[in-house]
Design a protein around this ligand. Structure first.
Ligand SMILES: [Zn+2]
Length: 320
């Protein structure tokens, strides 16, 4: 190997290994940071479940820069993922990180928050976030610690934690970055019961969190009919692009909603048909939305669960 090539290989390896050299531009699990619009940066997550190799860098995370300050939108899936994002922000701008915004309660989006503790940010979340985190936070942290491995204390530190919200959003709030206002909106139960979106009017960019999946099968943890209703509301916004919670860094809007709308509509239709024919919950898990199987990654891991969650909701509907 030529000397220059050898040095370059060593530098890249050392950076990736985090040996005191600059943090790699590549996250452990996801793609590199992309600027999808002026001042709007997104790191697409790996299309996988959490592993020790990907460090739970599986969600789309990023930040928006104003004249005076930076807002992080979802700080990452682990302490390491959050530290990676913070290093990329520091390499991009000298402005302070003044806001952390959580799109919802799922751990792949918020456990990296601990890496931003020294920034003392305003932490913006749905009004129901704190209660949901109180119920699930410890379970999420322990689950990820087991996946990341090492001794118990080490694994706990690697798993990270959410910082407690300091600003709870009931319906809507504005985040002022100086010359750039982000409009934060809170929703009823949809993907979860703590979903927020962020809209940057300056670039007409909608940050949808997990209200939008592309490529990876949507995971239902809230309300199927609620999610379809919220998706319809979002499609009416004047956004030109969307940042999904999972999938590429950006998609055109509202065209980018088409796959998810089709999947959720199919799930609801198939379960209603099954209910009408007297089918039970096991039949739902095994048979509904199978026409979608070739269209989504991780379909087999999540479709059955989605079907069970949706069945329990739709079986109480008035069939007339
Ligand atoms: Zn989620």
């Amino acid at each position: 190997m030529a000397r220059r090539t050898l040095i370059r290989a060593c530098v890249l390896f050392c950076m990736a290994a985090g040996w005191g050299l600059p943090v790699s531009v590549w996250a452990k699990g996801g793609g590199p940071l992309a600027q999808v619009a002026p001042g709007v940066y997104v790191r697409p997550g790996a299309v996988q479940d959490a592993t020790a190799t990907n460090d739970d860098a599986i969600a789309n995370i990023g930040f928006i820069i104003g004249h005076d300050a930076v807002a992080v939108i979802d700080p990452g899936g682990s302490a390491g993922d959050g530290a990676w994002l913070r290093a990329r922000i520091k390499a991009t701008t000298g402005l302070p990180i003044r806001y952390l915004i959580y799109t919802h309660v799922h751990p792949d989006h918020v456990l990296g928050a601990v890496a931003f503790a020294d920034d003392h940010p305003v932490v913006v979340a749905h009004a129901r976030f704190a209660a949901a985190w109180g119920e699930r936070g410890a379970f999420y942290r322990q689950g990820l610690a087991r996946i990341l491995g090492g001794d118990l204390a080490q694994a706990g530190a690697k798993a990270g934690d959410a910082l407690p919200p300091t600003e709870a959003v009931d319906t809507a709030a504005d985040v002022d970055l100086g010359g750039r206002i982000l409009h934060v909106a809170a929703y009823g139960a949809a993907h979860t019961d703590s979903d927020l979106t962020v809209y940057d009017g300056q670039t007409r960019t909608l940050w949808a969190g997990d209200l939008l999946f592309q490529g990876r099968i949507p995971a239902l943890d809230g309300s199927l009919t609620g999610w379809l209703a919220v998706l319809g509301q979002l499609m009416a916004l004047p956004a030109v692009r969307v940042v999904p919670g999972h999938g590429p860094a950006q998609l055109p809007w509202p065209a980018g909603a088409a796959d998810e709308e089709r999947y959720l509509t199919t799930l609801a239709r198939d379960i209603r048909t099954l209910l009408k024919n007297g089918g039970d919950i096991d039949a739902a898990a095994a048979t509904v939305a199978r026409s979608e199987r070739g269209r989504w990654k991780l379909f087999d891991a999540y479709n059955g669960r989605n079907a069970i969650t949706a069945f329990k909701q739709l079986e109480w509907e008035d069939p007339s």
